[in-house]
Design a protein around this ligand. Sequence first.
Ligand code: PMV
Length: 322
Amino acid sequence: MPSAIAQSHPNIAFIKYWGNRDDLLRIPSNNSISMNLDGLSTQTQVTFDSSQASDELILNSAPVQGPALKRVMVFLDLVRQMAELQLFARVESQNNFPMGAGIASSASAFAALALAASAAAGLKLSEKDLSRLARGGSGSACRSIPGGFVEWQAGQDDDTSYATSIAPPEHWSLVDCIAIVSQEHKATGSAQGQALAHTSPLQAPRLADAPRRLEICRQAILDRDFSAFAEVVEQDSNLMHAVMMTAVPPLFYWQPATLEVIQTVINWRKDGLQVCYTIDAGPNVHVLCLEQHTNPVKESLEQLPGVEKVLIARPGGAARLL
Ligand code: PMV
C-alpha cells in the first residue's frame, strides 16, 4: 500500500491574499507575502489502498464527513489524475493548534496533503509544482510549501501562480505572538469570503495599491527594517478587513477583544516597543515582534482581558516528508 507522511506549518500573511481573478483555478487578484509558523504544524499521512471503498478523512483522531471530506476528495482527484491512479485513500491528519480561528489551518492542511498525497501516489514534484498543487486545495496553502519568508506570485494562469521563498527562516528573528481571543470555528470560511471580495467598493483601490505595499514589505524583510515593516503590515491588514466589512453581505471577523489587542499594540509602539499586529480571517490577533521582546510581549498580552492564551511561533521551514 503506497503511503507517505508529510509535515507542514501554517503561515501568517503580511500582505494579504483576499479575492481571486479566477475563483475556479484560484488565481489571486494580487501577490501576497507571508512567514511560515514554526511550532505550529500539521502532520498528514496518506495511504492509497485497494481495500478502501471510498476516500476517508480522519482529523485529530476523529472521522470527518460532509463538506470537509468532500474538499479533500476533490483534491485527491487532482492527484489521482496526475498520477493516473485509481485507488481511494485514507487521510489521517493531526494539527497541534486550533483550526478555523484565523490561524491558517487550511494552509498547512493542504500543503501537508499535497506533499503526502503526491509522494504516496509516486509523483516526484518540484517545489513549484507542489506549490501549484497545494493552491488547488486552498490559496494560502501554496505559501506553506517553500520555507521561511515567502511570496506568492499571483501569475496569469495555473502554470504561473505559485509561491517561492524570498528569505530563509534564519534571515530575521521575527516572532508571531498569537493572541487567542476565541477558539470557536468561524461562521464564514475564507473560501466563501474570498468570493465576496469583489462586492466591496474598496477592493479595487486595495488592489491598485498592492504593488506599492508588496515592494515596501519585501524590502523591509530583506533589510530587517521593523519600522517600515510594521507600518505596511498593519495598513495591509486594515485594508483587507475594510474590504471584508464593506462586502455584500458584510463580513465581521473581529470581536471586541480583537480591537482591544489592536489598540494596545498601537500604544506599545507609540511608547517605543517594536511591535505590530495583523489579523487573518478570524478574531485572533497575530502580534509580531523581535525575538528579544518575546517574553514581555507574551506576558503583557496574557494580562489583557479577553485574551485566552498566547501561542508563540518563529519563522518556519518548508513542508517536508517525514
Ligand atoms: O487560502 P484561504 O482561502 O484560506 O485564504 C486565506 C486568507 C487570509 O488568511 C485572510 C489571508 C492570507 O493571505 O492568508
